[in-house]
Write a protein that binds this ligand. Structure first.
Ligand code: ZN
Length: 295
């Protein structure tokens, strides 16, 4: 449910244009079901009451101009991201222990950053400027990384300019101090944009791109703590509904204006799509044991 569109400043090209409906993630990644969502940081901070919206035919937002939506993202990057999603989903359904995909890494990065920007109003925060510089000029930000994970949950999160602070950090935590982040999570991938050097099992796409590589390899247990081998919560590294003792849970605050527009979907059917079972506190090898289960 959004206001009738008038000309707005496009978050990618910065021109004032008539906004078009952008699927986030793109339709090439299977985002076509009616979807309930809410602005979780605004609700979380401002009120106990959750205001829910319904987006028909997939999660959509209306900020991008037609050129950026259909020509810039739709022409190449969305197709490339769709191809990576298909490979990832196939690896999961065929119970592989890892997946390897080959293609144009730059297009994957442009698709991820483009839709992260496209989910919210135009703004002038540093991450937004860096994302635009990569999309338009291929400039890799000096201090930011874009981590890619295999993401085994139904939820979709689109997060901008937030800070995640660990609640109970210890030697086994991935986060030991607060980090700034933006990101986009959806089955079967998660992208996290942050200044942190390393982030769990995340694969830094900027590094792969700069090295001229064309291959992405992800383990099936990508979304887990590399030390404890436990699966991370769907909302990691924030801390929304699932109050638990997970040492990787953190609390989340807004660091920029766009943070208030961070979206979380409300899954119609709860639960993970893949379950990674634990034996003696470690993940057993999914390739050799019957470990993956499907809803
Ligand atoms: Zn535009």
């Amino acid at each position: 449910m959004q206001d009738k569109p008038k000309n707005v400043r496009c978050p990618i090209c910065r021109k004032y244009k008539y906004p078009t409906e952008d699927h986030i993630p793109p339709r090439s990644c299977g985002n076509s079901q009616n979807t309930k969502y809410h602005f979780f940081l605004t609700d979380y901070i401002g009120s106990q009451n959750r205001t829910e919206f319904i987006s028909q035919g997939g999660l959509k937002r209306r900020f991008l101009c037609s050129d950026c939506n259909n020509r810039l993202l739709g022409a190449g990057p969305d197709k490339e991201l769709g191809s990576l999603c298909q490979t990832a989903a196939k690896a999961i359904s065929e119970k592989e222990s890892s997946l390897t995909w080959e293609g144009d890494i730059k297009q994957i990065i442009v698709a991820a950053l483009g839709h992260i920007l496209g989910a919210m109003h135009y703004d002038k925060s540093l991450p937004a400027k860096e994302m635009r510089a990569f999309i338009h000029k291929g400039i890799v930000p000096e201090q930011s990384k874009l981590f890619l994970f295999l993401y085994p949950f139904h939820e979709i999160f689109v997060v901008r300019d937030c800070v995640a602070a660990p609640l109970k950090p210890n030697k086994q935590s991935i986060l030991t101090e607060p980090i700034g982040l933006s990101g986009m999570y959806f089955y079967p991938l998660a992208f996290i944009y942050t200044e942190k050097e390393n982030l769990g099992n995340g694969l830094d796409l900027f590094e792969i791109y700069q090295e001229g590589e064309t291959k992405i390899t992800l383990n099936i247990d990508s979304w887990s703590n590399p030390i404890t081998k436990t699966v991370l919560p769907a909302d990691w590294p924030f801390h929304l509904d699932n109050i638990n003792d997970n040492l990787d849970s953190g609390c989340m605050t807004m660091a920029g204006a766009a943070g208030g527009e961070s979206i979380s979907t409300i899954p119609q059917s709860k639960g993970v799509l893949i379950k990674i079972h634990h034996k003696n506190g470690t993940l057993t090898n999914p390739a050799t044991n019957e470990l993956l289960r499907f809803k």
